[in-house]
Design a protein around this ligand. Sequence first.
Ligand code: 5GP
Ligand code: MN
Length: 348
Amino acid sequence: MHRAPTQGIFMTDNKYSKIIEVIKKARRFVVVSHVNPEGDAVGSLLGMYLGLKGMGKEAVPYLEDQLPPLYDFLPGSKDIVHTLEGVKDIDCTIAVDCGQADRLGDNFSSFKEKGVFLNIDHHVTNDNYGDVNLVVPEASAAGEIVYDVLKAAGAEITKGIAINLYTAIHTDTGSFRYSCSTPEAFRKAGELVSAGANPWDISVKVYENYPAARFKLLGRTLSTLEFMNNGGIAVMHVTLEAIKSSGGTKDMTDGFVNYARAIEGVEVGVLFREVKNNEYKASLRSKGRIDVSGVASLFNGGGHAHAAGFSIKGTLNEVKAKVVAELEKALNEQSAGQASRLSNEGTR
Ligand code: 5GP
Ligand code: MN
């Protein structure tokens, strides 16, 4: 039976109508996403940018950080700018895939000509920093929400947009493995493939095209593995020296933390990446027993139940001790809760 394309399930929410109204009215846009950009950030940014252009709007795609070279293949990527100097008369700025305004970057925060500030995101920890906020935690990727918004605004989903939004969903679902791989995510991905996104082509470009230096760095990083909490927590670290001596760059560490979580018996994988002396970027990955976005929030970070992160100051040993203590607490509270639920069930 032929099934007519439905509107996204999220579209029933009238939060969308305000966003669509602003987008339809505005003429000049800035589109922005977070520092340390990854697949969903870049794909959503460029999908929105190309959609706006297709609707006859002017748009500037902005990222504070350089684009990791592996995303150079994304249509529109060469238009990304890293400064907003001289950009003015903007009617509307759209942030995608970013839970906290400060993650858009220090330079972006001094950009005063935002116009109406739209916040389109899927992080549960989003703090609603926009003038209008469209936060949909059920969406696997910000790319899903961008897709719904563009369709509702009447944009044509071109091949270029499809490649970007498919990449966003593909990367944020861990290639359709994570628990956020809902029927809706698969349905949209299917529509994007129909619109011209080629899954194998995109997979090769994102996952089978790494510079050799990444594997040297991965080898170094795996050799730092330590286990805590009877093997329930696996911790690794990357130093600036390791990045330099392997000939790599910081963005190559994206995905390393998954190796720590992938070990039998491990509930939470942790990666500490040195940013500068006595400052680390922490990445947390949970198999599901605990919500790591809650732990990340304790350190002024955020994310999702299974994947979260934050920045933290101190020596490696200090940050490790602090973070592991919070994770152990969360794991212990979860076990205690489960034990008491089980004993209650036993008395029924
Ligand atoms: P990653 O560990 O890959 O950097 O990030 C995992 C998840 O946590 C992503 O959804 C990301 O947006 C979020 N995240 C990572 N670092 C930070 C941070 O410093 N602050 C906040 N609020 N979220 C973060
Ligand atoms: Mn995302």
